[in-house]
Design a protein around this ligand. Structure first.
Ligand code: XMP
Length: 551
């Protein structure tokens, strides 16, 4: 079945998007084709195209609905979660980390890509720094710690203990380098003890001559295999340092990392890589203006050019109001300049806005205004749409235009992701990842509990750090602005691996309940019903004293 205007991948406006998503039947067409005969169930549990129009006067979000279970022959562990967001932008899991300065820098982006997802590096940093953050992800050799934490020979063991305590490091062995970066030795965890606190590192280290090293030129095409062989050939040695011809330190392999990698090789969801086998990475840019109030074309083009040179896989034009001339112009300009670059743009909450950005040349459109855990846009500006209704209208426009949509914000549990994926192609998460060790920022202790800072990009502090343009405010921090986000704390959580494992497990369970073997089937099969306030209460643990949260 073909919709009018879908032939030949052109869209209704006649604009031909060179990076339109590979053809898939719009979900609503599939539903029409698979609609079951009138049954008792179908009077209650409705496909999206019946359900959402029937609630057109009420904006709905995740907890307002639940999904009906369906006959299934699909085991959760057999479900496929891969998603194509644009030509050349394929993820193995449909989860993206938000371009926020307390969520995604290179460490988070690496962890996301290793799990099959994508990280969008935020732009609250100098352009040069964003370029090197992207390079770090693109050059990441899994298993090689490229910038190991080092100590200096003149430090005391007490200083090292204080560093471990302050940064909450989970390890205590450190390479020792002099002030020129040259390797001097290895400080083993065996001597990083309070009883040696008054000794100098220089007196406690394993000297250079006894430290196992490899020249980076010898790593070859498969550094992991090389390091793995070294550990097999040297029983009892757990660290291998990488140096150059001048003995400058360039990295560290640990045996425990390599053993973890060996286990991961059999994992169901493979890392998301580009055609050259590098991890994928996205970066956000804002539609900044010059001193005359015009789109700063030169700066944006030069910077995105730099990102492309470094191998960026997608650029997101990230603003609070994507249905605007400035964002449209920025997307058109980037599409013209970089015809093959996957472009993400947003944020929007209407069908017209999705069509607008698609016509400008965006491939994936961020849907979400005000659902985020740190957002106050709806309170401050009185605008925004609860997320499921926004996703429904956005998804129907996206199918027409052959673009994809990303459900951005408001995800607090895996069940929300399952509901989002009945309409969207992937989700963007901020808060749920902000407590991971891979997010930027220090761990702090308050009343015996550990927290990390998490702030809205529209909070006063973030706007002062550079994100004011995203909210349409002047970059001058002394000017009065109305913040649209809060500064908050997130309790420290497990690693990204651990958090994603839980989320993915939940998504796969949801798909199993619906008999959906892949995300396309999830979109086609989903049947919705409203839940009452009592239903929401019933859905969470109740009338028990909870001992464990299940995470
Ligand atoms: P979650 O719920 O995952 O949301 O924490 C992350 C998303 O929230 C958006 N965002 C903001 N929205 N004011 C807003 O209204 C803000 O200050 C703000 N900062 C981030 C953004 O879309 C992000 O991905």
């Amino acid at each position: 079945m073909t919709a009018p205007g879908m032939q030949g991948q052109s869209n209704w406006s006649g604009f031909r998007n060179p990076l339109a998503k590979p053809a898939r039947a719009p979900a609503f067409l599939g539903m029409a084709a698979t609609r079951e005969p009138e049954s008792l169930d179908s009077k209650f549990y409705k496909p999206a195209d019946d359900f959402f129009p029937a609630h057109s006067s009420l904006a709905l979000t995740y907890d307002d609905v639940t999904l009906a279970t369906l006959y299934s022959e699909v085991l959760p562990r057999d479900t496929q979660l891969d998603t194509a967001l644009a030509e050349g932008l394929h993820l193995n899991i449909p989860v993206i980390s938000a371009d926020m300065d307390t969520v995604t820098e290179s460490r988070m982006a690496i962890a996301m890509a290793l799990n099959g997802g994508l990280g969008l590096i935020h732009y609250n940093m100098p352009d040069r720094q964003q370029l090197s953050e992207v390079s770090r992800v693109k050059n990441h050799v899994h298993g090689l710690i490229q910038e190991p934490i080092k100590v200096a020979p003149e430090q005391f063991i007490a200083d090292v203990l204080a560093l471990i305590e302050q940064k909450k490091f989970g390890f205590s062995t450190f390479p020792v380098v002099d002030n020129t970066g040259k390797l001097v030795g290895l400080l083993s965890g065996h001597v990083v003890k309070h009883r040696y606190a008054k000794r100098k590192v220089a007196d406690a280290l394993t000297p250079r001559g006894q430290v196992h090293t490899i020249n980076k030129k010898e790593l070859g095409r498969d550094p992991i295999a090389r390091a793995d062989k070294f550990f097999t050939d040297h029983p009892g040695i757990h660290k291998l340092l990488v140096v150059d011809d001048k003995d400058n330190l360039h990295g560290l392999f640990t045996m425990s990392d390599l053993e973890r990698i060996a286990q991961e090789r059999s994992a169901q969801f493979k890392p998301a890589r580009d055609a050259r086998f590098h991890l994928i990475c996205g970066a956000a840019v804002s539609a900044t203006r010059n001193a005359f109030g015009e789109l700063d074309r030169e700066r944006i083009l030069a910077h995105v050019g730099g990102l492309v040179e470094r191998g960026v896989d997608a650029v997101a034009v990230s603003t609070a109001h994507g249905y605007s001339k400035g964002v449209g112009d920025a997307v058109k300009m980037l599409r013209d300049a970089f015809p093959k670059l996957p472009l993400i743009a947003g944020n929007v909450t209407s069908a017209a806005a999705v069509e607008f950005l698609a016509d400008c040349g965006a491939n994936a459109i961020k849907v979400g205004q005000g659902p985020g855990s740190i957002c106050t846009t709806r309170i401050v500006a009185g605008v925004g749409i609860p997320q499921l209704t926004a996703l429904y209208v956005g998804s129907r426009a996206a199918a027409k235009k052959r673009v994809t949509i990303l459900a951005d914000g408001g995800i607090t549990k895996s069940g929300d992701i399952v509901k989002a994926l009945t309409l969207a192609d992937a989700v963007i998460c901020g808060g749920i990842l902000a407590g991971c060790p891979e997010s930027p920022g220090e761990v702090m202790e308050i009343s015996g509990k550990l927290y990390k800072r998490y702030r809205g990009m529209g909070s006063l502090a973030a706007m002062k750090a550079g994100s004011a343009a995203r909210y349409g405010h002047a970059p001058n921090p002394t000017q009065k602005v109305a913040p649209e986000g809060v500064e908050a704390l997130k309790e420290v959580s497990g690693t990204v691996d651990r958090v994603l494992e839980q989320l993915i497990g939940g998504i796969q369970s949801g798909m199993g309940y619906l008999g959906a073997a892949n995300l396309e089937q999830l979109r086609q099969k989903a049947r919705f019903i409203r839940v009452s306030a009592a239903g929401v209460k019933e859905a969470a643990p109740h009338d028990v004293v909870e001992l464990k949260t299940g995470n």
